[in-house]
Design a protein around this ligand. Structure first.
Ligand code: URA
Length: 480
């Protein structure tokens, strides 16, 4: 039995020299005991197998590059069995050059596991080493000095030192770990494989950092599982924010609830202004029942369909109560929702323009909508219009009917398919009825035309102008 003593601190050369000698002397894996030399051990640092020499006739061992790549990484693992495992693989590769490609082979699998763990540890070290500035040893004062403490699982300090040199080339630094240290002074990279003692590198900046961390911590985005897998607890403990984390996690749920409550009780400023305005209205004398004012007041509190939940307010019709003509649109848009008045936004502007083209004063018309609440989809800061569905139109039809009954117009203009559906209960293609004057009950007439927003959506200015003229022609019917 050959006993091989290695320092075993991630030095690939140390293991390779021993393995080469063993292999060239045909020593089978079962005949070797790999030992880590202890500190007081007489053989500490002794890497070469005793009483073995390189046979004169065969001095070269060739192995597939895939094995070398794997062995260089896996040898950094802290598992004491790694030397044995790697040598067994090496031994078997002699008889099977393609062994490394047999992914289901138990030895290959075990070595890959070690490799993966070392790579993960290396990744964590790159991510979580935090340098603290310490007194500079440079008498010229030109170079600043930094110290970091990290606790890797494996012997990866020497392997990663060149990475840190590249990354932090222009400062002096020491990375101390229980598995050795690395230091860079601008000229030389020094590796010491002795375990370092944990330095006390706490300072005032830690408190500042902790305050910052606690403030940017977003409990609503907390994913403990992802967090603990990305930054396992063993790494936290050396971070200044570590002792905050358990409390931040424990209170996250309550914090999210608080945030939600706060959000619900603090609507945008314009909601508050509008509520205040409505509040004032409430203190006024109640309008006589059956009047248009009473109807509007009642509609203000409408909860017949869910649209009231997200809209700012009910947008009721407006105009003289003895108006001969009533115009009905679809539903309030963003600006109508905020102002509480129908057709004041872009579609309203176009509508006003067409009325002025035909010499009709809007003030003489009653203008309303089939649906009284704004239906939209929030997109960033914008509220994008959504068409009301049949149930919403049906719920709101009740209000429209009340308006028609109170105003008693002789002509109603349905602008768009939603208004037409609400007024007639019929789903027809607008092009089939557009421009027609239809008879309704009680001698009332119904003129069907397009909605002004339709014109706004036309991308071609020529088509838009043509459609605007057709819309204007339709509306001339209200002059007679
Ligand atoms: N579109 C409508 O149908 N009504 C409005 O009040 C505004 C835009």
């Amino acid at each position: 039995m050959q006993t091989i003593f290695l320092k075993g601190r991630g030095d690939f050369e140390e293991w390779r020299a021993a393995a080469r000698l063993l292999l060239l002397n045909d020593i089978a894996p079962g005949e070797i005991a790999w030992r880590i030399a202890g500190k007081g051990d007489a053989l500490a640092g002794f890497a070469e197998p005793q009483q073995l020499s390189l046979p004169a006739e065969k001095r070269v061992v060739t192995v597939p590059p895939a094995f070398v790549d794997l062995a260089e990484t896996a040898v950094c693992h802290s598992d004491p069995q790694r030397f044995d495992l790697l040598y067994r693989l090496l031994w078997r590769i002699r008889g099977d050059r393609h062994l490394m490609q047999v992914v289901s082979d138990p030895d290959v699998m075990a070595a890959r596991r070690l490799e993966k763990s070392v790579r993960r540890d290396s990744h964590k070290m790159k991510a979580f080493v935090r340098f603290k500035e310490v007194a500079s040893g440079d008498p010229t004062g030109r170079r600043r000095s930094f110290l970091a403490w990290f606790e890797p699982d494996h012997f990866i300090v020497a392997r990663l030192a060149p990475f840190f040199r590249r990354r932090f080339f222009d400062m002096d630094w020491v990375i101390a770990t229980p598995k050795g240290s690395a230091a860079w002074d601008g000229e030389q990279l020094t590796i010491n494989d002795e375990p370092a003692a944990k330095p006390d590198i706490r300072d005032d900046a830690d408190d500042l950092w902790r305050i910052y961390y606690a403030n940017i911590f977003n409990p609503a985005r907390l994913k403990v599982k992802a967090m603990t897998s990305e930054m396992p607890r063993k790494y936290w403990k050396n971070l200044p924010e570590a002792d905050l984390i358990p409390d931040l996690i424990a209170n996250a749920e309550a914090k999210v609830r608080q945030m939600a409550e706060k959000a619900a009780s603090q609507p945008p400023a314009f909601h508050a202004r509008l509520r205040a305005r409505h509040g004032q209205a409430e203190t006024l004398e109640a309008p006589p029942s059956g009047s248009w004012e009473a109807l509007r007041e009642e509609a203000r509190r409408c909860t017949r369909c869910p649209l009231h939940c997200h809209a700012t307010q009910t947008v009721f019709g407006e105009g003289p109560q003895d108006a001969r003509v009533m115009l009905v649109g679809e539903q309030p848009g963003d600006q109508e929702d905020l102002s509480g008045r129908p057709f004041v936004g872009p579609a309203g502007k176009l509508f006003d323009g067409v009325l002025s083209d035909i010499g009709v004063e809007r003030a003489g018309l009653y203008v309303t909508n089939a649906v009284k609440h704004f239906k939209y989809e929030p997109r960033g800061k914008r509220r994008i219009h959504r068409k009301p569905n049949e149930a919403e139109i049906a719920q709101c039809r009740w209000w429209l009917k009340q308006e028609v009954d109170l105003i008693c117009p002789s002509l109603i203009v349905a602008m768009g398919a939603t208004a037409y559906f609400s007024l007639t209960g019929e789903r027809r293609r607008l092009s089939e009825v557009r421009g027609q004057v239809l008879n309704m009950t009680e001698g009332r007439r119904l003129l069907v035309t397009v909605h002004p927003s339709y014109l706004l959506r036309l991308p071609d200015p020529v088509a838009q102008q043509r459609e605007r003229e057709l819309f204007r022609d339709d509306l001339t019917a209200i002059i007679q």
